[in-house]
Design a protein around this ligand. Structure first.
Ligand code: M6R
Length: 608
């Protein structure tokens, strides 16, 4: 079950179900079409599960009524098997003694299932995961203990998995297994934990151990052990400190995480400016030395790569190729060699398409580097060097603060490379840095000054059947990002183009009052974009412009004008995207939608 999230805990004393429920709520961003929990009570499995978001399921089943000190829980985002109570996790074997929760995809489940059915196993769900419970059942029947049975069973499974497994006859143990899906152990004093994301247990312990691929761990309330699936020998690994504080995952007084995260940008940008300098320098050095540089990401992270390509070109005279991760191998895989570098950008560091590019590029001996927001994510383990954007946890499914941090870090890298290539003088660098240092303050005033006006624009746009976003140069990326935000959380069909492309086709769709949002800062493309505005205006389009507050000419030709502060062209994408994030947020709220959990989406897409 990809893009789900799992959580497991075992305590020395006390009920586990309330803690599992809190953890599930925090993990809800990862999948929310069904949820479930299993505990061991007096040597028996007790299971509650249902369809819907955690609170809805909880109302139906009352998770906290589950007794027992040991349990596992799951948020599901369906692929194999529609969302239903039977397909919700935990899934069990024929005896009802083994329960499994899973994030990943079992690729050979059809073959395994056919074999198991032949042996007499009865399947209750249509999921790929259920085979794991039956495989373990078989191994236990053949005389193995629980841990050994899990080890042998998992070896038969192909695909990706983070698994948490309990067995009612060995009630203090939880077995965890990892391949390609994230899984972390939490080491506490009252008990131990495991989860797809440490946010689930961050208030119970500040120590965690990230599991590596092909590892199996066993936690009891008193200890933990890790084994290699390949060698079947024990591994020792020291816990590391968790860098997330519990208060950081609360909404901080905002109605939604997305709004909180939008307004956190002055802080997250400040942290981005103060990113680890030695890594910035080392990555710049490798990019500068490479013959070919690719910038690879998905969704919003790809948009930061697109904007970044303009920065590297303009400031450092360095050509970089921005590529959508899911297309990379087909489009450029065959060109990779040791002289090629890839900067992989991924907020979560867990996006399957990006990880696939990382593994492929490593195989071709290219240099793999990463920019991520999650310190111990998989991408950091696949990269030769990585930068952590330090934006803090982003819980809303829509990427906001992590996008502007990514942009800022591309800018810092471009300056470092420009220095190495002698494309920019020490003086110019200092000037850039003083402008960069003012970004957090300016971002704060943009958010404050545009908030009310944007609410009015949202009211105006909320019933639109289509919205266009047009920008030029580096702000083509801003148009793309503004559109993605509107699409994913307000469900309004939207298109974005480089404004120069509008008359090569898209203009055919303009009718009276079609809303068209122009991103038109006072840069070298301002004159041409004014021409594009006139073309749309003369066909009846409703012109909503984000432009320099002092630009009277632009203001006069626009139906709605959002005045922005004067800034360096290369910095404008960081500032101009802010009102567009707010616009998507307020439009979604006005439509009665939950912007933190848009339908069909998950925070990180851990399957291809
Ligand atoms: O974690 P990543 O940056 O790799 O995620 C990439 C995309 O899935 C992500 O940006 C997605 O497009 C967001 N929902 C956009 O708001």
């Amino acid at each position: 079950m990809p893009m789900c999230r799992i959580f497991a805990a075992t305590f020395k004393k006390g009920k586990v179900s309330p803690i599992l429920k809190i953890g599930l709520k925090r993990l809800e961003y990862g999948g929310y079409d069904s949820a479930g929990m299993a505990t061991i009570n007096n040597g028996h499995l007790e299971i509650k599960k249902g369809v819907g978001k955690i609170d809805e399921v909880d109302k139906q089943v009352n998770f906290e009524s589950l007794e027992g000190r040991t349990g596992i829980a799951h948020n599901r985002w369906a692929t194999h098997g529609y969302p239903s109570v039977t397909n919700a996790h935990p899934l069990t074997d024929c005896t009802g003694n083994i329960a499994v929760v899973h994030n990943g995809v079992i690729e050979n489940f059809l073959e395994l299932k056919a074999d198991l059915i032949e042996k007499g196993h009865e399947f209750k769900s249509r999921t790929d995961t259920e085979v794991v419970a039956h495989l373990i059942e078989d191994e236990i029947k053949s005389g193995k203990d629980f841990v050994d049975a899990c080890l042998k069973a998992v070896k038969k499974v192909e695909g990706s998995y983070a698994l948490a497994i309990i067995y009612s006859k060995e009630p203090d143990k939880i077995v965890l297994v990892k391949k390609e899906s994230p899984l972390y152990l939490g080491i506490g004093s009252d008990g131990n934990f495991a989860s797809s994301d440490p946010v689930a247990f961050v208030d119970r312990t500040n120590l965690m151990i990230p599991l590596e691929d092909y590892e199996l761990a066993v936690i009891t309330p008193y200890d933990h052990k890790i084994y290699s699936l390949k060698t079947e020998t024990e591994i020792t690994r020291k816990p590391v400190q968790i860098d997330i504080k519990p208060q950081m995952i609360e909404k901080g007084g905002y109605p939604h995480f997305m709004l909180k995260e939008i307004f956190e940008q002055p802080t997250s940008l400040y942290y981005a400016i103060n990113i680890q300098k030695p890594y910035l320098e080392a990555i710049s050095e490798l990019m500068n030395r490479s013959k070919v540089n690719f910038l690879v990401g998905a969704g919003t992270s790809y948009h930061s790569c697109l904007a970044g390509s303009y920065m590297y070109s303009k400031i450092a005279g360095l050509a970089t190729i921005p590529v959508v991760a899911s297309e990379f191998i087909q489009q450029y895989g065959n060109t990779l060699d040791p002289d090629t570098s890839l900067l992989l950008v991924s907020q979560s560091g867990e996006t399957a398409d990006v990880l696939k590019v990382a593994s492929y590029a490593r195989m071709k001996a290219s240099t793999v580097m990463a920019l991520t927001n999650v310190v111990s994510s998989t991408i950091t383990r696949l990269s030769r060097l990585y930068l952590v954007q330090q934006a803090g946890p982003e819980i809303g499914v829509a990427a906001t603060k992590t996008y502007t941090s990514q942009l800022l870090i591309h800018l810092l890298l471009a300056l470092e490379i420009g220095k190495r290539r002698e494309k920019i003088s020490e003086n110019e660098i200092n000037e850039y840095y003083s402008k960069i240092r003012s970004i957090p303050k300016i971002a704060e005033s943009v958010l404050k000054d545009t908030d009310q006006k944007i609410k009015e624009v949202a009211e105006m746009l909320k019933d639109s059947s289509h919205i266009f976003y047009l920008g030029r140069g580096i702000n083509t990326a801003t148009a793309f990002e503004g559109r993605l935000k509107m699409l994913e959380i307000a469900y309004i069909p939207s298109s974005a183009f480089s404004a120069g492309e509008s008359k090569h086709g898209p203009i055919a769709l303009i009718e009276k009052n079609t809303p068209v949002i122009f991103i038109a800062p006072n840069d070298s493309s301002r004159k041409v974009i004014l021409g594009n505005i006139m073309e749309i205006k003369s066909r009846g389009g409703k012109i909503i412009t984000l432009g320099n507050a002092e630009d009277k000419e632009l203001k006069d030709v626009s139906d709605v004008y959002i005045g922005m502060p004067e800034s360096e062209d290369i910095i404008t994408p960081i500032l101009y995207v802010l009102p567009l994030q707010l616009l998507a947020y307020y439009t979604a709220v006005l439509k009665g939608l939950d912007p933190d959990k848009p339908r069909n989406l998950a925070k990180s897409v851990t399957v291809e």
